[in-house]
Design a protein around this ligand. Structure first.
Ligand code: ZN
Length: 389
């Protein structure tokens, strides 16, 4: 069925005014001032007055298979459900493994990504986990990225963290080289998603890799860069130098008390320092555990990251920090699409996938979520549920 959204203000993420958007099957077919269709068949018309239209959100770091386990087996977090993703306006996720690359495997991660794709959203995954050597699905990182459509990068490789394998400069150069070649041969980017921990060494490993090798900066996407004020300062410096930076939106009040910079507050600082805002992304770290450690490294408690924190952070940046909608929304749409080279994603343009989020103009509350042309969420109602919901 054709769907026609009438009179809606569009952030593509660039503001392009009030227009009509015609969706044919899973694609955006036309964006014009006034689309009229004289047809004998049904067209679903959606009134867009008083609403804003955004590209479907991209969450580039989600533990779709569950994560955690750092406080023993009982602290393993469960697999994500479709509606946890779609209710949050997210239509594309990149799944990743975390600390546990033993009981959580690449085969399971790929199967979960396939399941979510069958249920209606778009999914990709990274190969590997915190640890090195990377346990690829095939023989190598290069082969994984080259041969498996869904694999777009490697990671999250942990550095500067007590839970990491403490990779050396050469280790990381080798990983990045493999990702780069896999990307080149398959028309992907081959991103190295790096989990940043709290250690004092901070980004020195990445800086040395860039200095001592020919690997371009565009391959590295360090995440959790807002986890403490020192790392956040460092991230600004890294972004001024042209590096991509990703800030994590899931948090708990204690982390903020201890100095984590809330993701919604990062953008103003970055803009004040003159950072090119197309380098900046947000991701939720959804379904990952939020383990709380004391100064001796003992775990004190655990919480579960939520994908819903992604758009909440963007909304707070706009409503509380007065950030332009175009800039705030880019961090979860066009920027991650470009960094990961996701074709058809991240923009409201003719010919792109019909992944769309309609929000109220008044309070930016999500009204409708459309993934590949299908209405997934309509107001409070989940239209398409996951198989086991
Ligand atoms: Zn991480």
């Amino acid at each position: 069925m054709l769907k026609l959204i009438k009179n809606i203000e569009i952030y593509s993420p660039k503001f392009i005014g009030k227009k009509d958007v015609l969706i044919a099957s899973d694609k955006i077919f036309r964006i014009e001032e006034n689309v009229t269709i004289d047809a004998s068949f049904d067209i679903l018309e959606i009134d867009g007055s008083g609403k804003l239209l955004f590209p479907g959100f991209i969450d580039s770091h989600v533990h779709i298979l569950g994560g955690g386990g750092e406080g023993g087996f009982k602290t393993r977090t469960p697999e994500i459900m479709l509606s946890d993703i779609t209710k949050a306006g997210v239509t594309t996720v990149i799944g990743t493994l975390g600390t546990d690359g033993t009981t959580r495997t690449m085969a399971s991660l790929l199967a979960k990504a396939n399941a979510l794709e069958e249920e209606g959203i778009s999914t990709f995954i990274n190969t590997g986990s915190y640890q090195i050597p990377v346990k690829a699905l095939t023989n190598s990182i290069t082969e994984d990225i080259l041969l498996i459509d869904k694999i777009v990068g490697v990671g999250e490789i942990a550095i500067a963290d007590h839970r990491s394998s403490h990779p050396t400069v050469n280790d990381l150069i080798k990983i990045a080289s493999e990702a780069r070649v896999g990307g080149m041969l398959s028309g992907k980017v081959g991103v190295v998603n790096i989990h940043m921990g709290d250690s004092k060494s901070m980004m020195s490993l990445i800086e040395r890799v860039i200095e001592e090798s020919d690997i371009p900066k565009k391959h590295f996407l360090p995440t959790h860069m807002n986890r403490n004020p020192y790392l956040f300062e460092k991230s600004i410096e890294y972004a001024i130098g042209g590096g991509f930076v990703d800030y994590t939106t899931s948090t708990v009040p204690l982390f903020i008390e201890e100095g984590e910079v809330a993701a919604y507050r990062t953008l103003k600082h970055l803009m004040d320092k003159g950072v090119d805002m197309s380098l900046v992304t947000f991701s939720s770290d959804g379904q990952g555990s939020l383990p709380i450690f004391d100064e001796k490294g003992e775990m004190r408690g655990i919480d579960i990251g939520k994908v819903s924190s992604l758009y909440e952070a963007v909304k707070d940046a706009v409503l509380k920090e007065n950030i332009d909608i175009e800039i705030a929304i880019s961090t979860i749409t066009s920027n991650p699409a470009k960094i990961y080279g996701l074709k058809g994603k991240g923009k409201v343009l003719e010919g792109m996938d019909a992944d769309l989020v309609i929000v109220s103009k008044e309070d930016m509350k999500i009204d409708k979520v459309i993934a590949k042309g299908k209405i997934m969420v309509d107001g409070e109602k989940i239209v398409i549920k996951g198989t086991f919901e």
